[in-house]
Write a protein that binds this ligand. Sequence first.
Ligand code: AMP
Ligand code: MG
Length: 393
Amino acid sequence: MITVEEALEKVLDLVAPLPAETVPLRRAAGRVLSRAVTARLTQPPFDNSSMDGYWIAAADHRPGAVLRVEGEAAAGRRYSGPLAAGQAVRIFTGAPCPAPGGIVVLQENVTRAGDCVTLPEVLADKDNIRPRGQDFAEGDRFFPRHPLSARDIGLIAAMNVAEVPVHRRPVVAILSTGDELVEPGDTPGPDQIIASNGLILAAMVEAAGAEAHLLPIARDTEDSLRAAFTAARGADLILTSGGASVGDHDLVGAVAGAMGLERSFWKISMRPGKPLMAGRMGQSVLLGLPGNPVSATVCAALFLRPMLARMLGHDARPAPLQAVLAADVGPAGPRTHYMRARLLPGTPLPRIEAFESQDSARLGILAEADALLIRPLGDGPRTAGEIVAYLPL
Ligand code: AMP
Ligand code: MG
């Protein structure tokens, strides 16, 4: 058996950042840059006022000075008339300053009478001017290594970069297997259940920023599985659920192997989760997840998400957080146990409570859970109040 950390390194070794494509900035949120973008201009392009007030030359900035207002500068419309000593310009936020080296006196700090303003007896020392280039300069580079946030998009837009190079989104073919499964919305036969893994995985794939292609359910026959893998050809990642253990009806490994899968099969010392199947298959990578929905979801959170992140061009290894145990838990056992748990408010750390039942077929508990309480392998019983690690779901 290998550890979860070892298994993660192995699945990550199967994938690499996908090639770049150019997308309009409008479509770039959540994508990861494949190279730096370069500012095409300097921001701000000119010294400008950060407040509404009166621009005056530094030499005129004297307590009680009376200045004549010669003109007006607004955002998008500078004052370019003549200026002499003792003169002021009415100025508004964002307007270019009429000349270098001045000061903007706030409108609430002057007394205006007709064409004249009188400065206060006590002068503020702030100049209320945003100097040219204080944000960034033409040629500055920006290269965040995470999915572009709204804030990143704003910066790139301000740099006047309208298209960006990003890693291509992985196309993920999702294949549910099992004679007992019917699609949600269909009427199950007496021995059948509704397939839930496909929709769980599609939602996770899309939330990670990849493209999900849901294939029809494959039956537990070689023909059906062969047809399904043929339909999955061309996907960057083929995700299967079920049929991957050692039962008589678990044919996924055998069929994929006959179709060229260089199969790796790992027994991972974790709960829930069975052995994980992975490997290269033609142009694709295959990740074979357990059939139990809870196991499939936990394995997807631990292994699929980091794989998708790497293909998308960033690193998103699970990063455990800390919480205070709200109720006692028993010993962890011989494998790392990811217990479905609920977070409760608390300061400075949230509190966490594991569900009584940890049955890996219970979707009701999975839906209620918002965290996986991590019980390290071999960990003894823990009592309420102790600090433990968890992964948000
Ligand atoms: P398997 O790995 O194929 O032996 O499946 C393990 C368990 O998970 C069985 O009880 C299956 O009925 C169930 N299962 C497999 N695939 C799905 C699915 N897509 N949705 C819900 N349950 C499933
Ligand atoms: Mg099955």
